[in-house]
Design a protein around this ligand. Structure first.
Ligand SMILES: C[S@@+](CC[C@H](N)C(=O)[O-])C[C@H]1O[C@@H](n2cnc3c(N)ncnc32)[C@H](O)[C@@H]1O
Length: 303
C-alpha cells in the first residue's frame, strides 16, 4: 500500500471568521477567476470567508488583504495551490447520475463491440474524468468498463482522472473511502472490485488491484489548456465542474474538451449543464451527453 497521508481536509488551526471588505473580495474574485476559471459571485463572500479564515489565521496574518499580498507574492505558487484546494467544492458520489452509466451499457459499449468486430476500431479505449474530485467518478467508470471489458477480453482500457485540487486528487489516488460510500455501487461490482478494510482500515473500503491497474492520476487545471492531456478520448466525463466557471472560461473549456473527442466519442456533462458558450459544433445524443460534429466537407451546406 502507498504511504499514508492525511484523509482530513487541509487542516488549519484558529477560530472565527475574519472580516472581508468589498475591495478584498473583489481582489480574490479576480485572482480565482484568472487562475482557475472559477466565478465567485457576490453570494460567495461567506464561502470565501468560511473556507479561508482559518488558513489566514494559521499563517499569522491579520486580514484578507494581507493574505492576498502573501498568496500573490512571487514564488508563492504553493500557497495558491493550497488556496484553490480550500475553495474547490468536491461533492461527489459513486455512479452519480446513473442514466449516464446506463447509456454506456446500452448504447456505447455495444457500439464499440460492433465496430471492433468490423475492424473499424482498435480494442483500446482512453477515458478522461476531468474534475474527478475524490475519485468516485473515475472508479465508477473503471468498474463499468471492466465489468464489460474484463482483463483477458482483448480490450485495453485506461481511465485518466484529473482535478485541480491536490487534496482531492490524493484521496482519489489512495482509492479508500468510508464504507457508507458503498451504498451507491451495484452489488456485483462491489463484490468484484472493492475490498473491505480490516484492522486499522476497519470501516473503510478500498479499490482492488484490477481497478488500480487502469487508473492514472494527474493535476490538470481545466482553465489552462496548455497543461491538458492530449486526446483523443473516447469518453470524457466533465460533470459538475464547469458549472462553477465564469461564462467565457466555461465556453473555452467546453470547446477544448470537444476537440479531444474522436468523431465517435462522447462528452458527458452534469445534469444542470449544457454546451452553451462552446464554439465547437456538437450534437446532443441524450440528456447532457454530446458528440463532436465533424466539420462539413468543403462545398457541403451546413445543416
Ligand atoms: C463538484 S466536484 C464534481 C466531481 C465529479 N465530476 C462529479 O460529478 O461527481 C467538482 C470538482 O471540480 C474540481 N475543479 C474545480 N475547478 C477546477 C479547474 N479549474 N480545473 C480542474 N478541476 C477543477 C474541484 O476540485 C472538484 O473536485
Amino acid at each position: 500500500m502507498r504511504a499514508e497521508v492525511s484523509l482530513e481536509a487541509p487542516a488549519v488551526p484558529g477560530v472565527g471568521p475574519l472580516p472581508l471588505t468589498e475591495r478584498e473580495f473583489s481582489l480574490f474574485q479576480t485572482l480565482v477567476e484568472r487562475e482557475a476559471g472559477l466565478h465567485l459571485g457576490p453570494s460567495k463572500q461567506a464561502l470565501l470567508v468560511g473556507r479561508l479564515s482559518r488558513r489566514v489565521r494559521a499563517l499569522g496574518l491579520a486580514s484578507f488583504g494581507a493574505y492576498y499580498r502573501f498568496v500573490t507574492a512571487r514564488g508563492n505558487e504553493a500557497e495558491q495551490v493550497r488556496m484553490l484546494d480550500c475553495l474547490c467544492t468536491n461533492e461527489t458520489h459513486f455512479f452519480r447520475e446513473p442514466e449516464h452509466f446506463a447509456f454506456l451499457r446500452q448504447r456505447v459499449f455495444p457500439e464499440w463491440t460492433r465496430r471492433a468486430a468490423q475492424g473499424l476500431m482498435a480494442r483500446r479505449v482512453r477515458v478522461w474524468s476531468a474534475g474527478c474530485s475524490t475519485g468516485e467518478e473515475p472508479y465508477s467508470l473503471a468498474m463499468e468498463l471492466l465489468a464489460h471489458f474484463p482483463p483477458g477480453s482483448g480490450w485495453e482500457v485506461e481511465v485518466l482522472a484529473t482535478d485541480l485540487s491536490t487534496w482531492a486528487l490524493e484521496r482519489a489516488r489512495q482509492g479508500l473511502w468510508p464504507v457508507e460510500k458503498a451504498a451507491g455501487i451495484p452489488r456485483p461490482m462491489l463484490r468484484d472490485f472493492m475490498l473491505k478494510g480490516t484492522r486499522s482500515q476497519e470501516g473503510w473500503m478500498k479499490a482492488g488491484a484490477e481497478l488500480r491497474a487502469v487508473l492514472r492520476f494527474a493535476r490538470v487545471n481545466l482553465h489552462d489548456e496548455r497543461g491538458w492531456p492530449a486526446g483523443p478520448f473516447e469518453l470524457i466525463f466533465c460533470r459538475n465542474v464547469l458549472i462553477y466557471f465564469g461564462a467565457e472560461a466555461r465556453g473555452r473549456a467546453l470547446s477544448a474538451l470537444l476537440r479531444r473527442l474522436p468523431p465517435t466519442g462522447h462528452l458527458f456533462l452534469g445534469h444542470a449543464e449544457s454546451l452553451t458558450g462552446s464554439a465547437e459544433p456538437a450534437r446532443c445524443v441524450a440528456p447532457n451527453i454530446y458528440c463532436a460534429k465533424p466539420a462539413p466537407a468543403p462545398g457541403a451546406s451546413a445543416t
